[in-house]
Write a protein that binds this ligand. Structure first.
Ligand code: TGC
Length: 395
C-alpha cells in the first residue's frame, strides 16, 4: 500500500522485541505477497486456496505459539502480531491459522496423550495434516452445555453420534477434535462429562458438507458435520480434558488471536480510507482536507491504536500466565466491535467505490460479521464481563 504506515504513527515497534518484530514482518510479507494478490478473486469465487497451507506451515505460522513437536515456540505477542497481519489481508486466513493452531493443535497439545501429540502435532505444524474443532451444534452455538452429540462405549472403543455446524475446515481436515457428552460409569466422576475425541475424518460415518450461500468468509470453508455411528478405538479420547473447561480452554486461545486479528482488518480499512482521503479531490480539495473527514480518520486511528495497545497488554498478561477469561472477553468484544465501526467509517469515506472490490473494506466488514458471531457473540462477552463485575450470572 502507498498509505503511510499506521502503526508508525504510534511507534508500536518500540514496545516489541526484535523477535516479535521479525514475526510481524514475516507475517506481513506473507499476507502481502501470497494472500492479497488473490484474495478478491478467491472471495468472489468462494475459493479456499488450499496450496497456501503448506506455505504457512513452512513459514512457521501453524501452532507457532506451541512448544515442541515441530512448533515454533513463539510468544503470545508474536502470535498475536501474526494474526493481525494475516487478518489485515483477510479474516478467512487468520481464521485458518486460528482453527489449526489455536483450536485443533491446542486441544491436542493441552489435553492429548504423548502418542496423540507425536502422531498429529508435527504434521499439523507443517500443514501436512489439517485439523478442525467440532464443538458448535446446529441448534445454537452460544450454549455448548446443551450439547446433544454423544459418545457411548462399545467394548473398549467408542461410538459417536450427533451433528455439528459452522465447523471451519472440516471438509479439508484430516482429523477432527470432536466434543461429545459421554455416558460411561467406568470413568467415574467424569463419566457424564463432555469429553474430546480425535476423529480421523476418513472414519466411516464422519461426513462434512461445506455451508453454501455465505456472504462473509467466502475465501474460507465452514461445514455441517454429521457423525453417524462413528466407531473409534479406546485411545481416541483426549485424556486430559474433562468437562466444558476443555473446549473453553481452546476457545480462550482462539479468542485471544481474534483480539489482535480484528485490529488487522481495522488497520487495512483505515489505510484504504487514508489513501482515498489524500488522493481524491472533491469541491476542489482532497477529501482529507475536510474537517469532517479528518475527524473520522482521527477517531478510526484512536480505536486502532487503543485496540492494539489493549491486545499487547493482554498478550503480556498471557505470557505471564495471568490472562483471565473475562479479560479475553474485554479484548474480543472491543476489537471486533471497533473494527466493524472502523470498516463502516472507511466505507463512508470511500463513498460509492467503497462498495466495490476495488477496496478491501466491504470484504472486511462482511468477514467481521462472522468474527463478531463466532468464538462468543458480543452479547456472550458482555455477559462474561457483567458476571465478572457483579458476581451474578445472567446467562
Ligand atoms: P459453565 O457451564 O458454568 O462452565 C462450564 C465449565 O467451563 C469453565 N469455563 C471456562 N474454562 C476456561 N475458559 C473459559 N473461558 C471458561 N468459561 C467457562 C467453567 O469454569 C466450568 O468449569 P467446571 O470445572 O466448573 O465445570 O459455563 P459458563 O456459565 O462459565 O459459561 C457460559 C458461557 C455462555 C460463557 C459459555 O457457554 C460460552 O462461552 N459460550 C459461548 C460459546 C462459544 O463461544 N461458541 C462458539 C465457538 S466457535 C466454534 O465452535 C467454531 S470455531 C471456528 C471455526 O471452526 O471456524
Amino acid at each position: 500500500t502507498t498509505a503511510p504506515r499506521i502503526d508508525a504513527v504510534f511507534d508500536l515497534d518500540a514496545l516489541l522485541t526484535p523477535e516479535e518484530r521479525d514475526w510481524q514482518q514475516r507475517a506481513r510479507a506473507f499476507a502481502q505477497e501470497r494472500i492479497l494478490p488473490v484474495i478478491e478473486e478467491d472471495f468472489e469465487n468462494a475459493h479456499f486456496r488450499r496450496e497456501l497451507i503448506a506455505e504457512l506451515g513452512a513459514a512457521g505460522f501453524l501452532g507457532m505459539h506451541l512448544t515442541g513437536y515441530g512448533c515454533a515456540g513463539a510468544g503470545a505477542v508474536a502470535y498475536g502480531l501474526a494474526c493481525l497481519e494475516l487478518e489485515a489481508a483477510d479474516s478467512g486466513w487468520r481464521t485458518f491459522v486460528s482453527v489449526q493452531g489455536s483450536l485443533a493443535m491446542s486441544a491436542i497439545a493441552k489435553y492429548g496423550s504423548e502418542e496423540q501429540k507425536q502422531t498429529w502435532l508435527p504434521r499439523m505444524a507443517t500443514g501436512d495434516a489439517v485439523g478442525c474443532f467440532a464443538l458448535t451444534e446446529p441448534q445454537g452455538g452460544s450454549d455448548p452445555a446443551a450439547m446433544t452429540t454423544t459418545a457411548r462405549r462399545d467394548g473398549d472403543g467408542w461410538v459417536i453420534d450427533g451433528a455439528k455446524r459452522w465447523i471451519g475446515l472440516a471438509s479439508l481436515a484430516d482429523v477432527a477434535v470432536v466434543w461429545a457428552r459421554v455416558d460411561d460409569p467406568a470413568l467415574g466422576e467424569g463419566g457424564r462429562a463432555v469429553r474430546g475425541f480425535l476423529v480421523p475424518t476418513a472414519t466411516p460415518g464422519f461426513t462434512a458438507t461445506p455451508i453454501t450461500g455465505k456472504l462473509s468468509m467466502r475465501a474460507s470453508v465452514q461445514c455441517d458435520v454429521a457423525l453417524d455411528d462413528v466407531r473409534l478405538p479406546a485411545d481416541a479420547i483426549l485424556p486430559g480434558a474433562e468437562g466444558l473447561s476443555g473446549p473453553f480452554g481452546c476457545l480462550n486461545e482462539a479468542r485471544y488471536g481474534i483480539i489482535w486479528g480484528a485490529m488487522g482488518a481495522a488497520r487495512s480499512c483505515l489505510e484504504a480510507a487514508l489513501e482515498r482521503a489524500t488522493g481524491r479531490e472533491v469541491f476542489g480539495k482532497p477529501i482529507g482536507a475536510n474537517q469532517l473527514t479528518q475527524a473520522k480518520l482521527a477517531d478510526m486511528l484512536l480505536e486502532v491504536e487503543k485496540g492494539i495497545l489493549l491486545a499487547l497488554h493482554l498478550g503480556r498478561l498471557k505470557e505471564r500466565g495471568a490472562l483471565t477469561p473475562a479479560q479475553i472477553s474485554v479484548g474480543k468484544l472491543n476489537s471486533v466491535r471497533e473494527a466493524l465501526e472502523i470498516a463502516h467509517q472507511a466505507r463512508s469515506i470511500l463513498a460509492g467505490d467503497g462498495i466495490t472490490n476495488a477496496y478491501p473494506v466491504m470484504r472486511h466488514a462482511a468477514n467481521l460479521e462472522s468474527v463478531r458471531t463466532y468464538e462468543g457473540t458480543d452479547e456472550i462477552h458482555q455477559l462474561v464481563i457483567g458476571r465478572a463485575l457483579t458476581g451474578l450470572s445472567a446467562f
